[in-house]
Write a protein that binds this ligand. Structure first.
Ligand SMILES: Nc1nc2c(ncn2[C@@H]2O[C@H](COP(=O)(O)OP(=O)(O)O)[C@@H](O)[C@H]2O)c(=O)[nH]1
Ligand SMILES: [Mg+2]
Length: 253
């Protein structure tokens, strides 16, 4: 039987009003927490450092901002070095329904080689622009990897670390990371499991900040889909040429 030793992985870039609460709340479910500070400003850096000093999280500071994907990649390396087998990723901005953590972990434990993806259920706090962008990505990831993935944008998910490390060598470093790594892991044939979960956009007055940059991130997401579609076409035409394979059809399709 394969071992299952999960941690919580929290990438954070300037979330000074929410990160401590998120760390305290996730610890109620799993006290093994890895926080990656992605080159934040001095105020947030100090807050994250204090979480480390108080023993609430294993903290790593990146010297400069690299993007959400870069922060998660650093987290994969740190978590693997600490001996964890799985990383449950959540945002530091308080967006995710942390009470759902046990459901994510139970699925990951039952199928340790699976990627467990949150399927967001938005309330009316979700900005229209983000909803539209999400629908476009939904279409592309369906074209790239079939229906097994569902929503590939949600940052609430569990990675098996060995396949995540491997797949992350070929992904972008910013907001293109979440959908791209989901498609690349699906292409290895790993099972993809979906967990419906409520996602809200926390009001600015309550410390909610999104660093999503509409122009840059949507551009990166578009070029990423072009790259993945190209690879898929080449794989279809020339077989194993790109060393990726398409996921097996879903049994419930
Ligand atoms: N946008 C952004 N988020 C980062 C970066 N580095 C780490 N993160 C963290 O990645 C998570 C997702 O980012 P967020 O801005 O909430 O994106 P959104 O949920 O798509 O609006 C948060 O915990 C961020 O603090 C970065 O350079 N840019
Ligand atoms: Mg967020």
């Amino acid at each position: 039987m394969s071992t299952f030793r999960p941690c919580i992985l929290i990438p954070t870039y300037d979330n000074p009003r929410t990160v401590r609460r998120v760390v305290e709340q996730v610890r109620a479910h799993l006290p093994e927490v890895v926080v990656v500070d992605d080159g934040s400003g001095p105020e947030h850096r100090a807050i994250v450092a204090s979480l480390g000093h108080e023993g609430l999280a294993h903290v790593t500071h990146r010297t400069r901002n690299g993007g959400k994907g870069a922060a998660v990649k650093t987290g994969f390396e740190v978590a693997t070095g600490l001996g964890y087998t799985h990383a449950l990723q959540v945002d530091a901005d308080g967006q995710h329904a942390l009470g759902d953590i046990p459901r994510f972990l139970a699925l990951a434990q039952a199928q340790p080689d699976a990627l467990v993806l949150g399927q967001p259920r938005f309330d009316d706090t979700a900005p229209l622009g983000r909803r539209i962008g999400r629908k476009i990505t939904l279409f592309w990831t369906w074209a790239e990897a079939g229906s097994a993935i569902g929503d590939a944008m949600c940052g609430f998910r569990v990675y098996p670390l060995s396949s995540a490390l491997e797949a992350s060598r070929r992904t972008g470093d910013r907001m293109d990371f979440d959908p791209e790594i989901a498609v690349r892991i699906a292409w290895t044939g790993a099972p993809i499991l979906q967990v419906p979960t409520a996602v809200r956009y926390v009001a600015r007055e309550a410390g909610g900040v999104s660093h999503f940059k509409p122009w840059l991130d949507n551009w990166l997401i578009s070029t990423m889909h072009t790259r993945l579609m190209w690879e898929r076409v080449m794989t279809t035409l020339f077989g194993r040429r790109t060393a990726t394979r398409l996921p097996a059809p879903r049994s419930d399709a």
